[in-house]
Every structure is written in structure tokens, then in C-alpha cells.
Design a protein around this ligand. Structure first.
Ligand code: NAD
Length: 335
């Protein structure tokens, strides 16, 4: 890959370390500026690169050396900062969820197009090896018509919820787990099955006592006619995992990042072993690997002037699905 993409990072939380690794692995990016309201954090991260550091993102946007801005901020800031970055003439990478509202996401996509800039949404689902392998099976026709899909995204945010000042606790700032995790699943549904036809019901729980929901179950119908049940949990005391079950009359596909091997396809009750799909068991690193591949793809897309695998419009539609869920969400009593 040729060329040097000059990148400025805004929001230096945990996820930014993985993005940084992606830029390094790309071999075609130069990290020229770091920004966080915590100036000490920005300084420490900039130092090894001899890069500039700021505590005000507007200063980073004024920096002419920065040509691509990577936004890894709390959700309520995505739209505002991404819009300002585009208007400042920068290419933009923004973490998921692209924005908190569908119309905002479409506005960013239109703004980037009208200004001749590149706009990427860091939807790592598109780069998860297990899902890429599953897609091959679905496209091969081996399974035939899918009639039921079940998904789970689970892990623990209990520590972050226990910080009463954390943005993740506040529905207006994070959107709750339906936005935070739901966009991954709804993106997957669009990628694999053409999206969601109808949300039938949606429940949420606030087990940690915050006004953002920390658990949710959503039931609906996909565009291909299959029913789905999706569960999201921020209170599961296990390593972050995703589970996907796809049922058809010919067989069943199973993905679970905590199971070894993580991806298998079964055909019938006598098929005890199932067929192992080519996915390495990596319960700790599977997500980070997908994010690193995503960043490498974005850098490649800029250098080679091509589209990225993850289409920002699909990420925007996932936010639209979340809006539909929110309109039907009923809150369950604490248990
Ligand atoms: N793809 C994934 O699986 C995945 C996983 C984790 C997080 N994320 C996404 O990454 C984004 C960031 O999440 P996180 O967990 O790293 O959050 P975080 O709270 O750990 O980090 C956010 C950082 O932004 C800084 N910040 C806040 N306001 C700022 C401002 N106005 N200007 C500059 N800096 C500011 C904070 O000081 C903090 O360092 C979110 O969109 C989240 O959904 C994605």
C-alpha cells in the first residue's frame, strides 16, 4: 500500500488503542495529532510519535497537517464533531453508532459526498472473521431458506456504570444498550438478510439503576421472512462475546466467540461433529482483530481511492432500526 494518510485521533479511551494498532499495521498511516479533554492522556499518547496534542478538538480540526480525523468520542458527540470535521475539509472515520439519529447519519453521508471527502463508520461487525465465513455458507445456498435467527451480544459494563459521572449511564449521551450494541446486530441483519422488516416487541431492563438501559430483548421479522430474537446485555460476567444462530430446514449455523471452535454448521440430528468453519478460537482478541482489519481497510480505501467494505449507509440504517426499537421499547421492573 502506498501513501501516507495523516491521521488525528479524537477521544483517547480504550478503543483508541486498537485503532492506533490498526493504523500502525496498515503501514500507510501517520499519526500526527492526538486529542482528549484529558490533556495528560493526549500528551502521553502523542509523545512516542512526536505528534501534536490538544485538549480541544476544534484545535485539531484547524491543524492543516491532519487530513483524516478519527472520532472515538461518547455517542452524543459523534454528529457534532464529525460534521465540523467534514466542514473543516477532513476525511472522517467515526466509531459506531455513527450518530444517535438516522437523519444525522444521512446528513453526514451527504455532506461528505458534496465536499468530495471520505466518510467511514467503524462498524467492526463487517470485519469479524466468523461472520465473513458464515456469509460464504449462506450465499452457497447450502442452508436454503432461513426461518429463524437468534443473536446475543453480552459482556460487562458494570465497572463503567458504577462511575456515576459516566456518559454510558445517561440515555441522552449513550442511547443505552439498544443503540450501543443494537447497531452491530442490525448492521449484521442488513448485511446477511436484507435488514429488518418489522419490530414486533422490545423490552429493556435497568438492572444497574441508570437511566440508560443495560439489557434488552428485541423480537421481530427480517426482510427475508425469518423471525429473530436479539438479546443485549451489559451485565453479563463473561468475556465480551457475540452469539449467532441461524436456523433453516437444511441445517443450523452456530457462532459463539466463547466456544472452541467458534463457528460450525450442522446438518441433522446425526451430524454430531458438525462442520468446523475456518475461524480461529480467540475469545480475548477476536473483536480487536476485527477492529484492526477495519482500520486497515479504511486506510487502504483512502490510499487506493476505493470503497471500504463497511458501507456507511448500512450503518445509518442500523440507527434507523434502533429508532424503531426505541419507539416500541417497554421497560421491565427490576429483578
Ligand atoms: N466497535 C466496538 O466494539 C466498540 C467497542 C468499544 C467502544 N466503541 C465505541 O468507541 C467510542 C468510544 O468509546 P470508549 O469506550 O472508548 O469511550 P471512553 O469513554 O472510554 O473514551 C472516550 C474518550 O473521549 C474523551 N472525550 C470526551 N469528551 C471529549 C471531548 N469533547 N473532546 C475530546 N475528548 C473527549 C474522554 O476523555 C475519553 O478519553 C464509542 O462510540 C463506542 O461505542 C466501539
Amino acid at each position: 500500500m502506498e501513501g501516507n494518510v495523516r491521521v488525528g485521533l479524537i477521544g483517547l479511551g480504550e478503543i483508541s488503542l486498537i485503532h492506533e494498532a490498526g493504523y500502525q499495521e496498515s503501514g500507510a498511516a501517520q499519526l500526527v495529532a492526538f486529542c482528549d479533554v484529558d490533556i495528560e492522556r493526549a500528551r502521553e499518547r502523542a509523545e512516542p510519535y512526536g505528534a501534536k496534542y490538544y485538549d480541544d478538538y476544534e484545535k485539531l480540526l484547524e491543524d492543516e497537517e491532519v487530513e483524516t480525523v478519527d472520532i472515538m468520542l461518547p455517542h452524543y458527540l459523534h454528529y457534532k464533531v464529525a460534521k465540523e470535521a467534514l466542514l473543516a475539509g477532513k476525511h472522517v472515520v467515526v466509531e459506531k453508532p455513527v450518530t444517535m439519529k438516522y437523519q444525522e447519519a444521512m446528513d453526514l453521508i451527504r455532506t461528505a459526498k458534496s465536499m468530495g471527502l471520505r466518510f467511514f463508520v467503524a462498524e467492526n461487525t463487517r470485519y469479524v472473521k466468523a461472520y465473513q465465513e458464515i456469509l460464504q455458507v449462506l450465499r452457497s445456498g447450502e442452508l436454503g431458506n432461513v426461518y429463524y435467527v437468534r443473536t446475543l451480544i453480552a459482556g460487562s459494563e458494570v465497572a463503567r456504570y458504577s462511575d456515576t459521572g459516566s456518559w454510558i449511564r445517561q440515555k441522552s449521551r449513550s442511547g443505552g444498550i439498544v443503540l450501543d450494541a443494537g447497531v452491530h446486530t442490525f448492521y449484521l441483519f442488513r448485511w446477511f438478510f436484507g435488514g429488518i422488516k418489522e419490530i414486533k416487541d422490545a423490552f429493556s431492563w435497568h438492572l444497574l439503576g441508570a437511566d440508560a438501559e443495560d439489557n434488552a430483548v428485541i423480537i421481530g421479522e427480517l426482510s427475508n421472512g425469518a423471525f429473530f430474537v436479539s438479546q443485549f446485555s451489559d451485565t453479563s460476567e463473561l468475556p465480551w462475546t457475540e452469539r449467532l444462530e441461524v436456523y433453516s430446514r437444511n441445517g443450523v449455523l452456530l457462532v459463539d466467540q466463547l466456544v472452541n471452535p467458534p463457528a460450525k454448521v450442522y446438518h441433522g440430528t446425526m451430524d454430531e461433529e458438525g462442520r468446523v468453519l475456518g475461524v480461529e478460537y480467540d475469545p480475548v482478541g477476536w473483536k480487536a482483530r476485527s477492529i484492526i482489519e477495519e482500520i486497515k481497510d479504511f486506510v487502504g480505501a483512502i490510499v487506493e481511492k476505493r470503497d471500504s467494505l463497511a458501507d456507511p449507509e448500512d450503518a445509518a440504517y442500523a440507527v434507523k432500526d434502533v429508532e424503531e426499537v426505541q419507539s416500541k421499547l417497554s421497560v421491565r421492573e427490576h429483578i
